[in-house]
Design a protein around this ligand. Sequence first.
Ligand code: EUG
Length: 607
Amino acid sequence: MTKSTTPPPTLQQKYSGVPERLASIAQEAKDRLYSNKTAPESVPRQRELPRLPPNITREAFNGAISVLRQKLGSGNVVLNDKPLVDGWYIEHPNTHDAFHVVDQEELVCSAIVYPGSTTEVQSVVKWANKYSIPVYPISMGRNVGYGGSAPRVPGSVVIDLGRRMNKILKIDAENASCVVEPGVSYFALYEEIQRRKLPLWIDTPDLGGGSVLGNAIDRGVGYTPMGDHFANHCGMEIVLPNGGLLRTGMGALPGKDGTDNPTWQSFQPAYGPYSDGIFSQSNFGIVCQMGFWLMPETGHQSYMVTFPNEEDFPSIVEIIRPLAQKRILGNIPQLRHVVQELNVTGLPKSHWYSGSGPIPREVVRRHASKMDCGNCSWVFYGTQYGDDASIKTQMNIIKDSFSKIEGSKFFLPSDLPSEHYIHSRALVCSGVPVLRELDWLNWKPNAAHLFFSPITPTRAEDAKIVHEINVRLHQKYAFDLFPTLCVAGREMHYIANIIYDRSSDDEKKRAAGLMRELIAASAKEGYGEYRTHVLFADQVAGTYNWNNSALMRFNETIKDALDPNGILAPGRNGIWPKKYRGKGWEITGTEVGNAIGGGSITPKSKL
Ligand code: EUG
């Protein structure tokens, strides 16, 4: 195919590596991505190094860093003063956002610290309070499309938890549960369960390299019946912004003779207010251990249904709703637009279309007609679970329901060639972590992506409104629209993947403009995002403003109580500590777009 790049690390070599079984697939994926790269691997840095946190002199910063080095060992504190390298999914940076939206050098940390234990995390947090330096914890830094490992406040010190805290602390086969540290990836957890030959499944998102813990606290989604990651967690250990230590759930009740509580991974809420929720998508604490429920392995059958017309979309949604509410659908299925059948081949856009601007519908149709999916508009990927007899019963009901849409076609994996996407879907839907979804990024040279992720009711009229906003605004900003809907009985995560060329300021400005307008237009109709890139957090948080922003005022009250010095991930999820509020940090207008091509998102005024 193309020139071979250096081999990606395996799990044996590095906690963030790929399993041996995927070594050649990872190599091919990397080669393909690099073959589409025209930008240099790195460029000389323009600004003074390292970027300082706000309100601190270089002298004070240097002094604080040497204290931190004494505490953690000098090898565990690294300055961010070298050229920035975006790398790729498996060899990704902890210095900045690899999928930069603003200039690559803008959203950067000053230094990275690698704690080796909860006690060391406490020590870093106490240090941050003493020297008034903002810290930004990451688990593995693979929050791709949402900011990666980049701190919201440039110059923060990134606490890279995963590098030294990557133990699977426990797998309890009887209880079907586990306890992990932040650096345990879906790959690592899956491989360990296979090694121990346990009859258990994990639940993985579309890409398997992410942190199990990190994804869950960002409320990520997977595709087995246990795909709601936060809902399937049980118990947390958290370092608070003042350096204190908290266990939630039954972990708050000490076990006999100082052991962990025997019911910590059995019962979620314990007694009193259920506090776990406030540590998801927040900056109220650093989760250092987290328990998860696992799924007993079972039979499974994936399938694909195609629908001929664009206009079938609302009817498909209406058919899915009762199937999902009655739990006839076994998991969170995905409904994709047919254009995704083109991009999951890993072939570049230029292979399909040589014009500029979004790929025309007729061109997609012409190609799809010759592909396995045929001339269709929407593609549904589902999976059913259980024994053969119950799968058969479920499949009959599902086939019957979808057949009401004229021209719909039903496929099993055995009907499709081995390279078809359905086979990787079948793996993900049975808890096997893979890398297939990286193929999207071959669509453009130097591709980066940004997710727009609104929630809509599973109802035709709402789905239509959100979809039409996407169609209209993607056209306006000249981007291809790639919608993937993760559908449940009452809501759908409508995920639009905006793919842009990182080396083009014009594309970045358009991507930022598109995001901003999508968020605003959706909110006007009453729809909000479940998750967003750090740079759009203020805008998204600002749309949840019912009753004079009661929710944000509530969050700020908690933030100020827990983090009076405002050191922990300021601005994450739109929550700013008192010290930053109203001083120009909140991105409420066109700041993101304006910071592309030489600007800055950092206010000039002092803290
Ligand atoms: C996807 C799904 C998500 C998300 C980002 C990406 C899927 C892409 C359900 O949430 O946040 C194929």
